[in-house]
Design a protein around this ligand. Structure first.
Ligand SMILES: [Zn+2]
Length: 90
């Protein structure tokens, strides 16, 4: 029997099935827009990618609605969201 990975939406907990479409990955990052400037928080959202989905920092999202919820939390926190982190704090 083939090993099947199971992913859950990090916002609503929904399980990803093989047929699931419209899943997304998100990262809260910091970047420097200017060479010597301060870093700024950035929320990166990309279409589902199996390799990237294994990234420990990646948040799994089951669709636009949960992506919006995640962004809401992130924006409310000023880009320092703890909500983006997993239950284990990583
Ligand atoms: Zn969801």
């Amino acid at each position: 029997m083939a090993f099947t990975e199971t992913f859950h939406c990090d916002v609503c907990g929904k399980e990803k099935s093989e047929e699931s479409a419209d899943w997304w990955l998100a990262w809260a990052e910091r970047f420097s827009p200017l060479p010597d400037g301060d870093t700024l928080p950035q929320l990166r959202v990309v279409p589902w990618n199996l390799l990237l989905s294994h990234d420990a920092q990646a948040r799994h999202l089951c669709g636009a609605r949960c992506a919006q919820t995640l962004m809401d939390r992130w924006m409310t926190s000023g880009g320092e969201s703890i909500e983006l982190k997993g239950p284990d704090g990583n």
